[in-house]
Structure formats: C-alpha cells, structure tokens
Design a protein around this ligand. Structure first.
Ligand SMILES: Nc1ncnc2c1ncn2[C@@H]1O[C@H](COP(=O)(O)OP(=O)(O)OP(=O)(O)O)[C@@H](O)[C@H]1O
Ligand SMILES: [Mg+2]
Length: 451
C-alpha cells in the first residue's frame, strides 16, 4: 500500500511540483493551501507523514504540527523560508522530525521524507515489541490495568520536574515503578536516591534529607550534605511518605514548592534541582482526615497520582510474573526448573495475593528452593496458597444468615468482582456468573455501572 503524504503550502508552484514528484515515486499525495484546507482533508483519514509550510495565510503550520504529532503520531517535516528558520528550530522542539529550508531540491525533499518515514516505522516497531512482551525496564505487566499504568508512566516520566505520587497496596511495585520513571526520564544518567521516611526519628531524618552545618548539634563535627543535594540533577524517591513527621512534611512542602532548603543549623537558603517521587501504601485522605498528614502537602503531591492495582485485580499478569520469577531464581540458585505444574498455576491464579507481587515472588523463591526435579509441584507451595482452591469451593452454596441479605447488593458485588477478575471482558465475566453477554449488559445498566 502506498504511503499517504499530506502537503500543506500556500505556494502553488511548490504544491504542484512536489506533489507531482512524490506521486511519481509512488506516494499518495493530498495537498492543502491553508490550515483550514488541511484540517478539512484530515477529517476521516490520517496521512503517514506531513510536509508543513510554516507561514500560511490563515495561521502558523506549527499549530497543525501539534495537532498531528499529538493525537495521531503523524511525523511532520516543516518547510521554511530563511526568515522563519527560528520557528523551524522551535518546531523541532515541538516534535517535528525535520525541516527543509526553501529553496530545496526535490532529491533532498525525497531523501528527508524517506528517512522520516523509516525512522517512524522503526520507532513504532520498537514500541509495539516492547508492549507485546509486557516488560518495561524490568517491570512486568501485560494486563490491561498494568498497560494503562505503564502508558501513564511513559507519559509522565519525561516531565522531569513533575512530582509524582505512587499509590498502591504493599508489594504492588511502587519501588520498581519509581525507578522506572527515573530510568525513562531525561535524568536517567543522574543519581536516583531512595529514602524510607519511616526509618529514622524526626531530627535524624531532617539532617538526612537536608544535611547539617558543622556544629549544628553535638555530633555534627563536620558539614554534611543532605540527600536533596546528593540527588541534585536526579531523582529523590521518598518511600512511605505517609510516615513522615508533620514537622518534616512542612519542610518538604517548602522544598517541593521552590526547590530551596536549609541545612540543619544553617541560615542560607540553598537550592537543589531534584525531581521528587513519593510513595505510600496508606490512604493519604484518611491520614489527612486524622490530622497526621498535611492537607497542603497532600494536594501538592496529588497532582500526578499513579495507582498501582493490586495483583488480584490483574490476574492475567500472574503467569507472566511467575514465569519470570522462576527463571530468576533458577539462575540465582543454580536450578533447572523449566515450568510449573498446571495445578500449581491454577492455585496461583485462585489465591488472592494480599502481599501482591512481593508475596508471589517470595512464594516462588521458596518453591524453586524446595524443588529438585524440573517442574514445580503443588507440594512446594505454602499451605495458604495450596488452600486457595479449597476455600473457593467451600464458598458455596450461599446460606441465608439470620438477618437475611440484600440480594441486589450481593448481585452487584459479584458482578463487579467478575468484571475485575475478567479485567473488563464481559464474555469472560458472563462465564464466571453463568450469564450471557447480553444479560451482563442488562445488569450493568440496571446497576448504573459504566461500561
Ligand atoms: N510489575 C513488576 N514486575 C516485576 N517485579 C515486580 C513488579 N512489581 C513488583 N515487583 C517485585 O516485587 C517486589 C515488591 O515490589 P516493591 O518493593 O516495588 O513494592 P512496593 O509497592 O514498594 O511495596 P511496599 O509498599 O511494601 O514498599 C520487588 O521485589 C519487586 O522487584
Ligand atoms: Mg516499597
């Protein structure tokens, strides 16, 4: 299939000559002489690449550039007269692939266009491959829920000064995700400094974070730089932020707001260019309500929250994670296990994983250690996991307690549980409940659940 090129230029000669040449080379060309015409031609179809003049009768080609690269991921090459070369550089910053300075030869144009198309194709292939394998920087997640998280992470990581708040139950991977954000950011080559806020008493924590001047207190024999200075240019990861004392919360807020701080015992306002990533497994709203967490800091942190779903809400990740952990522990302990008994997989699938990925990793570490053969069997699993299936069976049939139940409430809850387990797949949810897709849809409507 030939590639579609959108050519936007108000110069009739350029439009005719370029279009003719490109058509002869087998491209499909669509031309426009203004922003309005270009937008009209974009309705319904997407080009594979666009050539955009900067100065147009009804505006600036860079406006169109933003629309094209933003939504459609269409690569753009700017066409510019000498007078607008600065805007061409500006356009590169805004995502243009390249620019051509007028007058240009048709050969040059062709080469630039071909290179742009090739680069875009490669980039898309790499992205697709990375997505398909479900692994990004050591973080595993192929379930729809984790894909959403990873997409969000990929979008926020490049905003290198944006503060990020990671939320999620224990063991859901907040630590690995903080590292991934750093690794995907322009700060990847700079330090990643991690500190656990619960580990130290308030005064020690303050000097750990912000440092102290010589003589600030009895033991302060020398000047000490704080972690904010160590992390300068890089990322500071504040783990278990919910445990930070109220006094330090206000100092941290001050630091996040203008990146200035004072060492303990110091009088100078110092600056450190640090990206802050915070994490907690507590519900910060509750902490705020209980007066243990400053509301202003909460609002400041909550600008970019990323919630990591518990493992029981993304069960399709379990086999992939299990496989990876088995391989990892194989290497670590010099074992040659090449798989899991199907019964083991079924148990891993049924178990609710209150400790999330960390618990799964621990269970498999133990199982690998206990296994002599080439396959992990049921007996290598700890009792609580082995019991998962039994408990499942013991659940039914339901009994009506002395005070009765709210049947609709129960139905609604089971419906939601089935949807979570099937990750939103209605056919699968229907299978779990013995209902057709149609019946599921009716019940969703009945309970006013968004599809
Ligand atoms: N998506 C994932 N892919 C691979 N490994 C993961 C993933 N999520 C978590 N892990 C592993 O699980 C363990 C726990 O992860 P991590 O320490 O990041 O959890 P956490 O959310 O910070 O938990 P806590 O709140 O208890 O600190 C780590 O060993 C980590 O490598
Ligand atoms: Mg952690």
């Amino acid at each position: 299939m030939s590639e579609r090129i959108l050519l936007v230029d108000d110069d009739d000669l350029i439009r005719t000559v370029v279009a003719e040449r490109l058509k002869r080379r087998g491209y499909e060309v669509c031309t426009a002489r203004s922003l309005a015409e270009a937008r009209a031609s974009l309705k319904g179809t997407q080009p594979d690449a666009a050539l955009l003049d900067i100065r147009l009768p009804d505006g600036d080609g860079t406006e169109l550039l933003e629309e094209l690269t933003g939504e459609g991921d269409v690569p753009c090459v700017m066409i510019t007269a000498h007078a607008t070369i600065e805007s061409a550089v500006e356009a590169l910053k805004k995502g243009a692939e390249d620019y051509l300075e007028k007058p240009f030869s048709l050969d040059r144009l062709e080469a630039t266009l071909a290179a742009t198309l090739e680069r875009t194709k490669l980039r898309r292939e790499v992205r697709a491959l990375r997505k398909a394998s479900g692994v990004r920087g050591g973080v595993i997640g192929a379930s729809p829920a984790m894909r959403e998280v990873l997409d969000l992470v990929e979008r926020v990581a490049p905003a290198e000064t944006a503060t990020v708040l990671l939320l999620g139950e224990t063991g859901t991977g907040k630590g690995v995700m903080a590292r991934l954000i750093h690794d995907l950011s322009p700060r990847a080559e700079r330090p990643f400094v991690s500190v656990t806020c619960s580990a130290l008493a308030e005064t020690l924590m303050e000097s750990e974070l912000f440092g102290h001047e010589k003589g600030a207190f009895t033991d302060a024999r020398t000047l000490k730089r704080g972690l904010v200075e160590v992390a300068a240019g890089g990322t500071l990861f504040l783990d278990e932020i919910g445990e930070l004392s109220l006094g330090l919360q206000s100092k941290l807020l001050g630091f996040i707001e203008d990146r200035t701080f004072r060492r303990v015992g110091g009088t100078d306002d110092l600056k450190a260019d640090v990206r802050v990533i915070a994490a907690t497994n507590r519900r910060l709203e509750d902490e705020v309500a209980a007066g243990r967490f400053r509301q202003d800091l909460f609002y400041r942190l909550r600008v970019l929250p990323i919630e990591l779903p518990p493992l029981r809400h993304r069960r399709s990740d379990v086999p992939l994670l299990a496989e990876t952990f088995v391989q990892r522990f194989n290497q670590e302990f010099g074992k040659r296990i090449d798989g899991l008994d199907p019964e083991v997989l079924a148990l891993l699938d049924a178990y609710p994983w209150p400790g999330n990925v960390r618990e799964l990793s621990n269970v498999l570490e133990r199982a690998v250690l206990l296994t002599e053969g080439s396959e992990i069997g049921v007996e290598a699993l700890p009792p609580e996991v082995r019991g998962a299936a039994e408990k499942d069976e013991n659940l039914g049939p339901y009994t009506l307690g002395p005070s009765g139940i709210d049947l609709e409430e129960l139905e609604r809850e089971l419906l939601m549980e089935a949807l979570r387990r099937s990750e939103g797949n209605r056919t699968e949810a229907g299978r779990l409940l013995g209902l057709s897709r149609h019946q599921i849809r009716n019940r969703l409507k009945k309970y006013g659940v968004e599809p």
